[in-house]
Structure formats: structure tokens, C-alpha cells
Write a protein that binds this ligand. Structure first.
Ligand code: UDP
Ligand code: MG
Length: 313
């Protein structure tokens, strides 16, 4: 049995040696063969240099070096597209997901004859309460909005069988929200629960705005409900405006003398409807923007070079 471990890396010089050491330690002397694919996502620090040293001493290591920073999801997609083993595990470079869990996932996959074993975060250490709270709320909201069920509190830390990886690699969309797409693929998927540690070293590469745009991708690619909500909002506004008109007319006929007032209500209504229009146009624009990106059909990532010891690539 062959296992490929995919590790996306962006500016991870502080952790990458330790990550490699831990993974080798965990995978040593097991009854399967493994290799590790590091995807260097345009790191600006010494990550590539350290990875090359690692690859020079270990023929089980392969490096996919991107031409620039394309993002976490494209890095994982590249790893999946370049793997050909029986099982593929996806794990972050910062040791937040314990490598020992991969063994548990393999066991679970064999036991349950599962095609995907995904990690569900029971505890998240070393993350701000704000991140934990927003993440928890987001996954539940996504599930409500989504036309397909996407497991909550689940990242990309997972094990996938060859058949699932091949199905995934056939998906034509460019901006992949991997955890959602894998759920969409079907097959037999089972969870394992684990405690997410704090980052071993270094800093998160998902600051607030990047997190929001990642969440938006999940939402826009898995749900058309925001469009529906915009329409409903529009209809509610029209109903509200008509009611307001009726009330004003009634007031006018009851007591004409007091009717000169009304500046506040006029301005309020203008701003209110203006806001609603902008919001709905914004929602439409978000879908259109994604459509534009998809239609352009640019590749998700560009690999500058592949490094592997004793293999001329
Ligand atoms: N990552 C990447 N490209 C990016 C941002 C992040 O390859 O543009 C990698 C990063 O090196 C790590 C994983 O994606 O292995 C998750 O990132 P991070 O730990 O910073 O996110 P967090 O765990 O804080 O959400
Ligand atoms: Mg992390």
C-alpha cells in the first residue's frame, strides 16, 4: 500500500524541519510505503532552501515549487493532481494537525472500508476566541446555505482513497473549495475527532480578510441562496414601500394640515432602498466575478519546477 502526504507550505521556515522530522518519526517502520509532497506556494523566506536540503537527503520527498503565491487551496489541488498513490493524506505544515492522526485515519479507512476519513476539530488550541467563534458560526451557516451537506468544524486535514482523488482531479472548476468539493463527491466518508494544536512556530497566513474571502468562496460556490435572499429582500422592500404609501395616504385624508412634515421619513426611505439596491447588486456582482474567473479558464497554479532526489524532472 502506498501513501502520499501532501503538505502546502507558505513561508514556513520556522516549522518545516520539525514537521518533516515528526512525520518521518510517525511513519517509520509501518507496513506501508509513503512519500511526502511539499508544495512550496511561492514562499519568500528560506522554505524552499530547507525543503531542497530535506529532498536531497530523502528520496521519498518531492517538492512542487510554484511560480508565485497562489494560495492554500491551489497548493493542495496541485498535490492531489500530482499524486498517484493508493491513499493521499492532506496535512498543514504547521503541526496544528497531529501527524499521528494519519495512522488513525488509515486504520479507520480499512476498518470501515471508507473512501474519505476527515478530521473534525473537537478542540482548537492557540487560536483566538474570535477565530474559533467565527469559524464555528461560518461552518453552520454554510451548511444551512449549501445545497449539499458539508461537515462542520472540518478543515482539509483528511485521508482520501485513490478513487476519490481521481474523481476530484476531474473537477473542472478553478477556484476550488476543497472541503466542500470532497463532500460533494460522495463515496463513503467518515469522521475522526481530534484536538487541533497550536501552531508549532511562525504565524497564521489566514489573517481576517483572507479568512473572509475564503469563507465567501465556500458560500458562493456552494449556494445560490444569497441570490434568492436578494430577491426576497427586494420584494419585502416593495411591500414595505406600498404599505408606507397607504399609511401616508390615509394620514393625508384624515388630517391634511399636519402633512407638511416628512423629511426624516423621506431621507430614511431613500437611504434604505439605496442600501438594499447596492447590497443586491453586490451579491450579483460576487457571482458574476466568480463566473468571469471561471470563464477565463486560467490554470489554478503554475509549477515552476519539481524537485526529487535521483529523479530527473
Ligand atoms: N498556506 C499556503 N499558501 C497560502 C497560505 C497558507 O500554502 O497562501 C499553507 C500554510 O503553509 C499551512 C496551511 O496552508 O501549511 C494553513 O495555513 P495557516 O496555518 O497559516 O492557516 P490557519 O491554520 O491559521 O488557518
Ligand atoms: Mg495553521
Amino acid at each position: 500500500m502506498y501513501l502520499d502526504i501532501i503538505i502546502p507550505c507558505y513561508n514556513e521556515e520556522a516549522v518545516i524541519s520539525e514537521t518533516h522530522r515528526r512525520i518521518i518519526e510517525v511513519m517509520a517502520n509501518k507496513n506501508f510505503t509513503f512519500e511526502i509532497t511539499y508544495v512550496n506556494d511561492g514562499s519568500k523566506d528560506k522554505t524552499l532552501q530547507i525543503l531542497k536540503e530535506i529532498a536531497n537527503n530523502d528520496s521519498r520527498v518531492k517538492i512542487l515549487d510554484f511560480s508565485r503565491n497562489f494560495g492554500h487551496q491551489p497548493a493542495v489541488s496541485a498535490g492531489l493532481a500530482n499524486s498517484n498513490s493508493d491513499f493521499v493524506a492532506i496535512i498543514d505544515a504547521d503541526l496544528q494537525d497531529p501527524p499521528e492522526c494519519i495512522l488513525e485515519m488509515l486504520e479507520k479507512a480499512e476498518q470501515d472500508q471508507a473512501d474519505v476519513v476527515y478530521g473534525v476539530r473537537e478542540v482548537r488550541k492557540g487560536e483566538t476566541w474570535f477565530k474559533k467563534m467565527t469559524a464555528k458560526a461560518f461552518y453552520r451557516m454554510l451548511n444551512y446555505f449549501s445545497e449539499y451537506k458539508i461537515p462542520v468544524d472540518t478543515g482539509d486535514f483528511r485521508l482520501m482513497r485513490r478513487n476519490v482523488v481521481e474523481a476530484f482531479n476531474q473537477l473542472p472548476e478553478r477556484q476550488k473549495y476543497i472541503r466542500g468539493l470532497v463532500a460533494w463527491l460522495g463515496f463513503k466518508q467518515v469522521p475522526i475527532f481530534y484536538k487541533r494544536d497550536a501552531r508549532f512556530a511562525g504565524e497564521t497566513h489566514y489573517p481576517f480578510f483572507k479568512m473572509v474571502s475564503f469563507a465567501m468562496r465556500g458560500l458562493l460556490y456552494f449556494s445560490k441562496k444569497p441570490l434568492q435572499i436578494s430577491t426576497n429582500l427586494g420584494i419585502s422592500c416593495v411591500v414595505f414601500a406600498l404599505l408606507f404609501l397607504c399609511i401616508s395616504l390615509v394620514r393625508y385624508f384624515i388630517d391634511k394640515s399636519s402633512f407638511a412634515s416628512g423629511w426624516t421619513s423621506t431621507i430614511t426611505l431613500v437611504v434604505f432602498f439605496g442600501g438594499i439596491q447596492l447590497i443586491t447588486i453586490g451579491v450579483l456582482g460576487a457571482y458574476l466575478g466568480n463566473l468571469f474567473d471561471e470563464v477565463k479558464g486560467r490554470p489554478e497554479y503554475i509549477i515552476k519546477k519539481i524537485y526529487q532526489k535521483n529523479v530527473d524532472l
